[in-house]
Design a protein around this ligand. Structure first.
Ligand code: C2E
Ligand code: MG
Ligand code: MG
Length: 599
């Protein structure tokens, strides 16, 4: 539907006086606001009507003054009853001399930038383009007048009309989200500040997040903006239906909404919050396409007296973000979680820099040996990150972060390139080994095959020298696409290993549908094998079953000679673990291989 700015604004239930707040202007004007172009309109009116002052007063009591005196524009002069009356009356009025008017005998004198009180006063109502009455344009001068002639009245009318257009534009640009018509972030803070001014002590901030941004962007790419806009309008509609009628909803981000609720609001009860989450989890039928969102509702109990800056919104949004990943779907703000998020954010930005412009990443290689003859067939590339101030950050910490932050393709690209280059160097030096590389969910697309081909060609290494390790949980999310990509990897001759087997909940038979070649039994069972007969039995039976199903079986986490000996008696092909070798820096690998193979 095509709408004019004006209609858009008229549909907005919170449009009220429709004003733009501008931080610098606010400081100059207590009740301050800015209407685009108002100074220019006022200057023209002041010049052609020969008056000292012009004011735009809106019918909610907010006002802006213009004076030809330098530095006086916007300076608050107090809302004299005359202005308020003018703003509300809705018709033109001319007062040739206020001082001589019986109606204003008991009111304080109207003052302005000149020392003498203002005597002449005229006003013209201000309407938006669709005729909604929003206030008045007033002109004042210290010298009384007889009247305004026809031309002067027409000038005042024109100026009021221009001011009306500015009000619409200001409201549209400054306060309203163009898609949902909800007031946005600056209005949210105005709401909070106004509570502070009215003596509120505490308030609850509620933030609602409806989609992780990365997924939302992918969604917009796939479906287009009209669908995304329609979806956000539908979300806003449901939220508004839930909200108490005296509460405003604000749009504070593309997929984020917020509200301020008074202390003790019944909407904040657990039952009501559960209802809100259930409402948002109900699939949306948007332009005929159903979509289920992953909503998160965050809550923050705010001391309004301490309100400063925009941090409260950031904090309540961190709670909504955390809530998205919780079963309940809503969560109270937690300082420790917030700290974790900040730390994560810091790590992610540092990791992005480490990947693109710094040389802090490094690969270590852990040998895997064949039980039959003790030979090392394959080395596993394990990434290391040496941060200048944080020290060595373990991959367990930053790999999942890279996954969440969309950095995985870059990270895997880096590992592939460096690992394969290193393998090529060892092959040239006469070491007959292969390399296994860990890949994650995010690498799992058609492009993986292209990347593999490119990197092996670039370094002149056969693709059959490589093996990709996928975790069990990655493979569990398999579908036909996954299977196709894996089959294409196999067609290149590259091996596929199921890493950390036993930590997920898959059964072997379902994994058998995947074209994997190798199964690595997770070290959590292996490490405690000598202490727990139960764990030893698990490893033994997984190994037997896996081999029956045609997998090559690798046991990870072999730390002691006893475990090594125990594993020898099982249906196991290769072992990996500290007992054989810790992960080694690249430079230490050739000597290790030579010593091993000589022995
Ligand atoms: P993983 O793929 O299962 O790698 C084996 C991990 O177990 C390595 O930890 C290795 O140092 C450790 N390990 C090996 N033998 C033993 C042992 O006998 N005892 C004990 N206690 N630990 C042993 P690391 O290097 O800290 O890596 C942890 C995980 O981080 C890896 O588990 C893998 O899932 C991930 N990771 C490491 N490098 C990469 C990478 O380049 N890409 C991706 N996607 N993930 C990686
Ligand atoms: Mg691995
Ligand atoms: Mg593993």
């Amino acid at each position: 539907m095509h709408t004019t700015l004006e209609q858009d604004l008229a549909r907005n239930p919170h449009d009220g006086p429709a004003i733009v707040s501008s931080a610098d202007r606010m400081s100059a004007c207590a009740d301050g606001f800015v209407v685009p172009g108002f100074d220019a309109v006022a200057r023209l009116a002041a010049g052609s009507l020969q008056v000292a002052m012009v004011a735009l007063v809106l019918n909610d009591g907010s006002a802006y003054w213009y004076s030809a005196e330098p530095g006086r524009a916007g300076t608050p002069y107090g809302l004299h009853p005359l202005y308020l009356e003018a703003a509300r009356r809705g018709s033109a009025q001319i007062l040739p001399d206020i001082a001589a008017d019986a109606r204003f005998r008991d009111t304080p004198p109207l003052t302005g930038p000149v020392p003498a009180p203002l005597r002449f006063f005229a006003c013209e109502p201000v309407h938006t383009l669709s005729g909604r009455h929003v206030g008045a344009l007033c002109v004042m001068d210290p010298a009384p007048r007889h009247d305004l002639d026809g031309a002067a009245r027409a000038t005042l009318r024109d100026a009021a009309r221009l001011a009306g257009a500015g009000v619409v534009l200001g409201g549209y640009l400054g306060r309203t989200d163009p898609v949902t018509q909800l007031p946005h972030r600056s209005a949210f803070f105005e709401d909070l500040r106004s509570r502070q001014q009215h003596g509120a002590q505490r308030a609850w901030l509620v933030a609602i997040e409806v989609a992780p941004v990365d997924r939302f962007n992918a969604f917009v790419r796939a479906m287009g903006f009209p669908y995304a806009d329609e979806l956000m309008r539908a979300v806003a509609g449901r939220l508004q239906a839930w909200m108490p009628s005296d509460t405003h909803l604000y749009q504070v981000g593309v997929t984020r909404f917020a509200a301020v609720l008074p202390e003790g609001s019944p909407a904040l009860g657990p039952v009501q919050l559960d209802q809100l989450v259930a409402l948002l989890r109900t699939p949306f039928d948007c332009l005929g396409i159903p979509l289920t969102l992953q909503p998160g509702v965050g809550l923050l109990d705010l001391d309004v007296r301490q309100l400063q800056g925009t941090d409260p919104l950031r904090r309540v949004m961190s709670a909504s973000h955390a809530a998205q990943h919780s079963a309940r779907g809503w969560a109270l703000y937690s300082r420790s979680q917030d700290e974790r998020h900040r730390q994560e954010f810091f790590l992610v930005t540092e990791l992005a820099a480490a990947l693109t412009e710094r040389t802090e990443l490094d690969l270590h290689y852990q040998p895997r040996v064949r039980l039959e003859d003790g030979r090392c067939m394959t080395l596993e590339a394990l990434v290391r990150w040496h941060h200048p101030t944080l020290g060595t950050v373990p991959p367990d910490q930053f790999v999942p972060l890279a996954e969440r932050a969309g950095l995985m393709r870059t990270l895997t690209g880096w590992v592939l390139d460096h690992g394969v280059a290193q393998l090529a160097a060892w092959l040239r030096a006469g070491h007959d080994v292969g390399l296994s590389i860990n890949v994650s969910n995010a690498d799992f697309d058609a492009d993986l095959v292209t990347r593999l081909q490119a990197v092996t060609t670039r370094h002149g290494v056969e693709a059959a020298r490589l093996e990709l390790e996928f975790t069990e949980s990655t493979l569990l999310q398999h579908n036909d696409d996954t299977r196709r990509h894996l089959a294409a990897v196999r067609d290149l001759g590259t091996g596929i290993a199921i890493d950390d087997f036993g930590t997920g909940y898959s059964n072997l038979a379902s994994l058998r549908q995947m074209p994997a070649t190798c199964l690595k039994i997770d070290q959590s069972f292996v490490r405690s094998m000598d202490a727990s007969r139960h764990d030893a039995a698990i490893v033994r039976s997984i190994a037997a079953l896996a081999r029956d199903l045609g997998f090559r079986v690798v046991v990870e986490g072999v730390e002691t000679a006893d475990i090594y000996a125990a594993v020898r008696g099982m249906a196991c092909d290769e072992v990996q673990g500290f007992h054989v070798s810790r992960p080694l820096p690249a430079a230490a690998v050739p000597a290790w291989l030579e010593a091993r193979h000589r022995g």
